[in-house]
Ligand binder design. Structure first.
Ligand code: C5P
Length: 285
């Protein structure tokens, strides 16, 4: 096998509750991840000279050692004394630093792709331990599941056996927001009382779209809006439209509206034309 091409999907957080600050500086969370059909594409080809080389279609993505995909490759190469190298080409569609987990997903895809390309035969357990070194959200993308419940840093993931396929309108304002900045500014007095993760999981199992919409939660919202006050206008604009509920994903600025159907999401996209440059109709994937 000389070349592999894989999809690298984005995620939304339908529920994100911050439960505590940890001695290591991270925060403990309870979150529900949804994998969505907005995907990057990554190809991996053997590089016989032993180098790790990355190219990317998006100018904002670094192609040096700071890229999470490079870190994943370097980690596997060092730990398993891999002599061969790899040429990696990333076709970017997921907006960068948006709360959609694009980088984390690319990191997970690199672990899975290189495990095959370099014939390492690593177990999922081993890959998960590497995922946690790369970032908190990487583990979710190693699970072959549409829905996941994340705890601790978000890196302990239980795959949820939920069949629901939801439709969303996704708006990504043209700013970059870094998780570190949002978590550093986060204030526990601003957490919402709602701790209905089990209620939301039940609504998802029942495919009860209005209930799901009413249970969306993101504890980081107050902080995101305090740091970037213009984002509240985007949220309000979405709330004027016929969605079932609106929330930020992760640390933002991506906002999604839950819709009753694909047709409703498409109608909202048309209504938003000219208002925002980055608007997508997306579904559970
Ligand atoms: O793990 P990752 O590199 O994606 O996290 C980026 C930053 O977000 C961390 O440096 C940390 O400041 C913050 N973070 C956090 N608690 C989490 C996840 C991320 O404080 N559970």
């Amino acid at each position: 096998m000389k070349k592999i091409r894989l999809y690298s999907p984005a995620k939304l957080n339908l529920f994100l509750k911050v439960t505590g600050k940890r001695p290591d500086g991270y925060h403990n969370l309870v979150t529900i991840f949804e994998r969505i059909n907005l995907c990057d594409e990554i190809s991996f080809a053997l590089n016989p000279k032993g180098e790790i080389r990355i190219s990317c279609s998006h100018p904002d993505v670094p192609t040096d050692t700071t890229n999470i995909v490079y870190k994943a490759a370097q980690l596997l190469k060092t730990k398993h004394r891999v002599v061969q190298g790899v040429d990696i080409v990333i076709k970017k569609r997921i907006p960068v630093a948006a709360g959609l987990g694009g980088g984390s997903s690319n990191g997970a895809t690199a672990l899975m792709g290189l495990n095959r390309l370099w014939k390492l035969s690593l177990s999922k357990r081993q890959l998960l331990s590497y995922a946690r070194v790369l970032g908190s959200d990487v583990a979710f993308f190693l699970h072959d599941c549409r829905w996941g419940l994340g705890t601790q840093r978000g890196d302990r993931v239980k795959a949820l056996k939920i069949a629901a396929k939801l439709w969303h309108i996704l708006v990504v304002p043209e700013i970059k927001v870094y998780s570190r900045q949002v978590f550093e500014a986060f204030n526990f007095r601003l957490t919402k009382k709602n701790d209905g993760v089990n209620i939301l999981a039940r609504a998802l199992r029942n495919h009860d779209v209005p209930a799901i919409g009413s249970l969306l939660l993101n504890d980081l919202e107050t902080t995101i809006v305090r740091l970037y006050p213009n984002l509240i206008t985007v949220k309000n604009k979405l709330r004027e439209l016929p969605t079932q509920g609106v929330a930020f994903s992760g640390s933002g600025p991506a906002l999604f509206g839950l819709t009753k159907s694909q047709a409703q999401a498409k109608a909202i996209k048309t209504a938003l034309a000219g208002h925002y440059a980055r608007v997508f109709v997306v579904a559970t994937f």
